[in-house]
Design a protein around this ligand. Structure first.
Ligand code: UDP
Length: 366
């Protein structure tokens, strides 16, 4: 009856990496996905000769050499360096927060002057032990930068006041007292040439894949087909939301083809005020090094997830953390099932971390 060693639900990075490892260990695997395409949210599609990141911009960056070497087996990476620009009511600032940002904001010239400015503002705000995102932000970069570059963007992105958000979200961004606009502190960074979809296609070479099939619609059938199931869909959906809904932020993209070669001169421009309805505009061609005559841009609108929407960012607050924990306990009782990835573990995973996690599952399993 059981045709496969592993049924992998979800052809995103977690599922595809595990499938690749399992296949090469001689296992029989089947990957299914409810979307018409592989690659999950890193899916890219060519429009006007440009690789368009259909489910949001993905810039690969990692300090993990094993992961870097692993992905380089399936794609050649370009030398793209993420340096987003913040647009606050027409004033442009460099991101992440670095000497260019401090100079533009305050006219300071030396690192000492910048540190002093931040220290003053932090003192004035009276923060000693930051307890939420607002306090964390002010204690890292001061009130001016918080007000102009963080508050509006963050509240649009998360749909919640900064005082109610966990501090760790803002710690994702580096603060540097050097003139360095590289958004990431990572040893390795780049975008797969030819797009992420090609990279995932190569991972899945020789693996049986069925698209447009929803595991949850027919789980009895699928359960009989494989010895073990790797489930990378939303954990709460797996349990029919029996304990309640986990909250997510969703993102809607308005993508446009423009008959000009250059719209904003950069891959990402963040709109950090709270009046502009979108959080950022991505100009996809600048992820690569081409000179197509036209350009493709995507405006990103952040919204609260509701049933039927695509879940993007898990909301990692206490309430959702506790609910996830309750689902996780349930999942331990499910025989032959492994829950993994961003949705299976309800985790704000970067790509490299999701790959590392799939590789370590493969080590344990195979
Ligand atoms: N952030 C901000 N202003 C910006 C960019 C980011 O305040 O211009 C904050 C915001 O709270 C966001 C967090 O930094 O949620 C992490 O940003 P990151 O770019 O890592 O988010 P992602 O790339 O995952 O969307």
């Amino acid at each position: 009856m059981q045709k496969y060693d592993y049924l992998i639900v979800g052809a995103g990075l977690y599922g595809s990496v595990f499938a690749q490892r399992a296949k090469s260990a001689g296992k029989k695997v089947l990957v299914i996905d409810k979307r018409p395409n592989i690659a999950g949210n890193v899916y890219t599609e060519e429009i006007e000769g440009i690789e368009v990141h259909k489910y949001g911009a993905h810039i690969f960056h990692t300090n993990n050499k094993t992961v870097w070497e692993y992905v380089n087996r399936f794609a050649e990476f370009n030398r793209f360096t993420n340096s987003p620009v913040a647009n606050y009511r027409g004033e442009l600032y460099s991101l992440p927060f670095n000497m260019y940002t401090f100079n533009k904001m305050w006219g300071v010239v030396t690192p000492q002057e910048a540190m002093q400015k931040i220290e003053e503002q932090k003192k004035q705000a009276g923060i000693t032990e930051p307890a939420n995102l607002e306090e964390q932000a002010i204690s890292l970069v001061g009130t001016d930068i918080y007000e102009k570059l963080i508050k509006g963007y963050t509240e649009k992105q998360w749909g919640r006041p900064c005082r109610e958000l966990p501090a760790f979200i803002i710690k994702r961004l580096p603060v540097r007292f050097t003139f360095d606009n590289n958004y990431f502190n990572a040893l390795y960074q780049g975008i797969p040439m030819g797009g992420y979809t090609k990279m995932v296609e190569r991972m899945l070479e020789g693996v049986e894949v069925q698209l447009n099939v929803n595991y949850l619609d027919d789980r009895e059938k699928w359960q009989l087909m494989a010895e073990k199931i790797i489930y990378t869909g939303p954990i709460d959906a797996y349990f029919d939301f029996c304990l309640g809904y986990l909250e997510y932020r969703s993102v809607r993209f308005e993508t446009e083809i423009l008959d000009i070669p250059n719209f904003q001169g950069n891959a990402a421009v963040n709109y950090t005020d709270n009046e502009t309805p979108w959080t950022r505009i991505i100009e996809h061609k600048w992820f690569d090094f081409h000179d197509q005559p036209r350009t493709v841009i995507s405006r990103e609108y952040s919204s609260e997830w509701k049933p039927g929407d695509e879940p993007y960012y898990p909301v990692n607050d206490e309430k959702n953390g506790a609910l996830y924990e309750a689902y996780r306990k349930l999942s331990e009782k499910e025989e032959h099932m492994i829950f993994g990835g961003r949705l299976g573990e309800y985790k704000y995973y970067d790509m490299d971390a999701v790959i590392a996690s799939a590789l370590s599952l493969a080590e344990r399993e195979l």
